[in-house]
Write a protein that binds this ligand. Structure first.
Ligand code: SF4
Length: 441
C-alpha cells in the first residue's frame, strides 16, 4: 500500500463512517412524497440464503420456507403501498441474500411491479446452483433482463475456504452452469472477488481468463474483498487475514489481463460489448429501497429499513413502510455523493452536474483540485473522467464506503437483539457512543 493509499484510506474511513451514522425516525416520519414527473429505480431486498458465507456482511439470514413466504407477502404489500403513495418505477434491482431462493415468490413479486408500472429493465442476483433451466426460464419470463451470479472465485481451494464449494458448487460445476446461462439474458454478470486471503496472482489470472476468454461472459465485476467488524473473526478462522497491501497490485493485474473486447463501465465492472453497469447507484441518483435492510436515497436523505424481519412484517401489516432510520446529507455532501457515484461510473458530465447543483464546481473546487493534482481525474471535453490511476483510487474509495455501510449493518443487526417484544414501533437501543456526532470535517 503506498503512502497515498494510506492517507486516502484514513480520510475516507472517517468520512464514510460519518455518512452512515443514521438516526432513528420518529413514529410520524415516513418516506417523502415522490416527484410526480419522475420514474424511480426500485431496489428490493430478499435477505435469505441457504448457507451464510463467512466473508459476507450483507443483510442475510438462514432460509426458512415459512419465514420467506411471509416476507415475500409483506414485500408485495409494501410495493402496493409505495404505488398508492404515488411512486412509479422504470427499473428494478433485486439484491440479497439470494433473491431466487423461492423462484415462484420472486416471479409473483416482479409481476406485481410490472402490473403497477411500466418497467424497462430488471436485474436479479443469484448463486451458481440456481442456474438451472427451470429457474432461468421462470425469471426470464418474468422480465428479468440481467442476471448477476455470485461466482466469487473459480478456485476450488478458495471456494472451500469460503464455505461455498458444497452448497453453491465446485469451479467445474459453476463453469458448466455459466456456459448454459450465457445468452439466456440480455446481460449475464459474473461477480468475482479479488484479494481473498490465499488468492495467488496465478489463481486470479486464471479466473480472469476463464470468465473473459474461455466463457466470454457478457459482464464481469471484480470486487475487492470487503469486510465488516462482525465478519472479521469468522473470516480469520476460515479464510485467513485480509492484506489490503496487495489490493492495488491485484487490481492492476486484472486491468492488464482483461481482453481488449471488455470495456470498463465502472471502476470494477467490465462489459463484453454493451455498456450496462452493475451498480444501480451510478445510473440513478435517487432510488427507493423496499424490504428489510434496504437503503433508499431520496431528496438528499439516505433511509434505511429495519433489519428485523419481525419488525418489518409488523410495520407493513400496520400499513407503514419498513424504513426506520435516516441520514440527511449536508449541502456539500450531496454534491460529493453525486461526484462519487458519477466518477465511480468513470465520467462526470460537467454541464449535467452544474444544472443539477448550481455552483457544483465552485463548491467542490478543493476536492477536484486534489483529484487533478494526484492524477486521478482529467478533463475530456465536457466531462471529468477517471484515469487508470483514478480507477484504482475509486476502488479504495468504494471499498471504504461499502465497508462503512457494512459496519452500519452490523450495528443494526446487533440492535435487533435488543428488540423489545412489544407491539407498535420498534425500540432499538443503539450504543450512544456509536451515534456521536462526527468530529470536525
Ligand atoms: S455471499 Fe451471497 S450467498 Fe453468501 S451469504 Fe452473502 S448473499 Fe448469501
Amino acid at each position: 500500500m503506498t503512502i497515498m493509499d494510506r492517507v486516502l484510506t484514513a480520510g475516507l474511513r472517517h468520512n464514510s463512517k460519518r455518512l452512515t451514522r443514521f438516526e432513528g425516525l420518529t413514529p410520524s416520519e415516513s418516506l417523502p412524497p415522490p416527484d410526480p414527473d419522475r420514474e424511480y429505480m426500485l431496489y428490493l431486498h430478499v435477505p435469505f440464503c441457504v448457507v451464510l458465507c463467512p466473508f459476507c456482511s450483507f443483510h442475510r439470514v438462514c432460509f426458512k420456507e415459512d419465514k420467506a413466504t411471509r416476507y415475500f407477502k409483506s414485500l408485495r404489500q409494501e410495493i402496493r403501498m409505495a404505488h398508492d403513495a404515488g411512486y412509479r418505477f422504470a427499473d428494478i434491482y433485486v439484491g440479497g441474500g439470494t433473491p431466487t431462493v423461492m423462484p415462484s415468490e420472486l416471479v409473483e413479486t416482479l409481476n406485481l411491479v410490472r402490473k403497477l408500472s411500466s418497467i424497462n429493465s430488471i436485474s436479479v442476483e443469484t448463486n451458481p446452483d440456481h442456474l438451472t433451466p427451470e429457474i432461468m426460464d421462470q425469471v426470464r419470463d418474468a422480465g428479468v433482463t440481467r442476471l448477476s451470479v455470485g461466482v466469487q472465485s473459480l478456485d476450488n481451494d478458495l471456494l472451500k475456504q469460503m464455505d461455498r464449494y458444497d452448497k453453491y458448487g465446485s469451479a467445474e460445476k459453476t463453469m458448466a452452469a455459466l456456459e448454459l446461462a450465457n445468452g439466456y439474458f440480455e446481460t449475464l454478470n459474473a461477480d468475482m472477488i479479488f484479494n481473498l486471503p490465499h488468492q495467488t496472482d496465478e489463481s486470479l489470472l486464471r479466473d480472469v481468463d476463464i470468465i473473459t476468454r474461455q466463457l466470454q461472459i457478457s459482464q464481469t465485476t471484480f470486487y475487492p474483498l470487503m469486510s465488516a467488524k462482525s465478519t472479521r473473526r469468522k473470516m480469520l478462522k476460515t479464510m485467513g487475514s485480509v492484506d489490503f497491501n496487495r489490493e492495488g497490485h491485484l487490481y492492476r493485474l486484472i486491468l492488464d489481463a482483461l481482453p481488449s473486447s471488455y470495456r470498463a463501465s465502472s471502476a470494477w465492472c467490465f462489459n463484453h460489448g454493451g455498456d450496462t453497469t452493475d451498480e444501480y447507484v451510478i445510473e440513478n441518483e435517487e432510488y427507493l429501497g423496499l424490504g428489510s435492510g434496504s437503503l433508499s436515497y431520496l431528496q438528499g436523505v439516505l433511509y434505511s429499513s429495519t433489519f428485523s424481519l419481525n419488525h418489518y412484517n409488523r410495520q407493513v401489516a400496520n400499513g407503514r413502510f419498513g424504513i426506520s432510520r435516516h441520514q440527511a446529507l449536508t449541502y456539500r455532501d450531496r454534491r460529493r455523493y453525486f461526484m462519487l457515484m458519477n466518477l465511480f461510473g468513470l465520467s462526470l458530465d460537467k454541464k449535467v452536474a452544474e444544472a443539477r447543483y448550481p455552483g457544483f464546481f465552485r463548491t467542490l473546487a478543493p476536492e477536484i483540485l486534489a483529484l487533478r493534482t494526484i492524477g486521478a481525474v482529467r478533463d475530456q471535453g465536457d466531462h471529468l473522467v477517471l484515469t487508470r490511476y483514478g480507477m484504482r483510487i475509486w476502488i479504495l474509495i468504494m471499498r471504504e464506503f461499502f465497508m462503512a455501510v457494512s459496519d452500519f449493518r452490523d450495528l443494526m443487526r446487533h440492535a435487533i437483539k435488543e428488540e423489545l417484544d412489544a407491539p407498535g414501533p420498534l425500540q432499538i437501543r443503539v450504543p450512544t457512543s456509536e451515534l456521536r456526532p462526527p468530529g470536525n470535517y
